[in-house]
Design a binder for this molecule. Sequence first.
Ligand SMILES: [Zn+2]
Length: 451
Amino acid sequence: MDLVKWGIEQVLYPVMERRKGNRIRPYLKELQASECLSASEIEALRLKKLSRLLHACADKVPAYSFLRQEAVGIDADPVSVLRGVAILTKSDYMKNPDSYLAEGTDPATLIRNKSGGSTSEPVSFYMDRCTVEHFEAARWRGLSWYGISPGSRCVMIWGNPLEMNQQQFRKYRMKERWLKNRIAFPAYSLKPEAMSGYLAVINSFGPEYFYGYSSALHTFATLMQEQKLQLSFRPKVVVSTSETLHDYQRDRIAEVFGCPVVNEYGARDGGMIAYQCPMGGMHLCAENLWLELVDEKTGEPVAEGQSGIVLLTDLNNLSQPRLRYRVGDRAVRSDARCGCGRELPLLGAVDGREDDMFLRVDGQYVHGHAFNHVARAMGVLEKFQIVQEAPERAVLKIIPKPAATRTEVEAFVQGIESLLPGTAIHVEEVTDIPPTASGKYRYAIRRFPLT
Ligand SMILES: [Zn+2]
């Protein structure tokens, strides 16, 4: 019996609910009930939440005060009213984020978060607890489809918290192990020579599931294969998150870990968006969000099978709502029904973030997200892109913010250099960083094969 799991589920969660009013488990129960509803019942539930959100925007959110004229229309046809609202880009939002705060909301009671630092200027935003707990509940619902529950043992191939000192890091690790039943291996500093040590820990821990960036999981699986290392148990599932999961990655991870590989689609500033079911369907977390896929030029909804830009409207965040928020991804519209029987709407292929694993001259791997981590923490750049041509050399293009000082920019460059010791980094200050041929902006590109 896993005592830590028992403690988390039977003691920790009930205590958090009683003392702090945490509602993840009640929300999870609601989501597990609503996933059994028919498509029309799910739609009715979402329309009700959309009307509530639009009324709250009209009544209390300065940026959306123009919706007051639409009050009658909101009840009659909330979808048309929503479509009449202009698409919200990150830069438009950042011109006046406070105007999206609902009147009477005290920011001190909200959870502050930050995204970006790579694809655009960093975006700061607030979420209330209700919203964050709905995201968590949506993740646990997706995981429950694979027999995973909140206390299940987990191994993460994940970014190390760079800005912590040793003592803080020790505390973080203890918290992960004993309050979340998780241990993490560093995606920002993966050492091939340490793989047999990692495997010994993993095999003795025996996690129910693995969780990580797709590129990091793929590199981990490749190293296991090369070094003929094997798991001594069969995990329930490997969850790939935060990046596009390519078929070649999924195939290798599934082969090496010996279990299904599932795709989780979320965004730092958009929450949990979709979860893949055991039949392969990417089910939208539809009770939590209103997702639109529109043509980039016309703004009109794309047809079935067509790719469009993703616009998100969170249905729970009444504290700082963002309507039709352009999160930066593309996805294909699917009107299909899933064979699993759930009538939650489906999403076709998702073209999300693309990160690469970088290789240091000493053979250590560094996940590309580590660079974004530095940029986000410093907040002095509008955009950057690092291209590693070979382990010994890389080019770093930067567009500093107009207000950034020389010292701040140099500190950012030093932060990047410290992640790739021994690599000569040529820094170029530029005025534009064009997207790749696919139209996707990428901030971390490796130009040579790892194997
Ligand atoms: Zn399904």
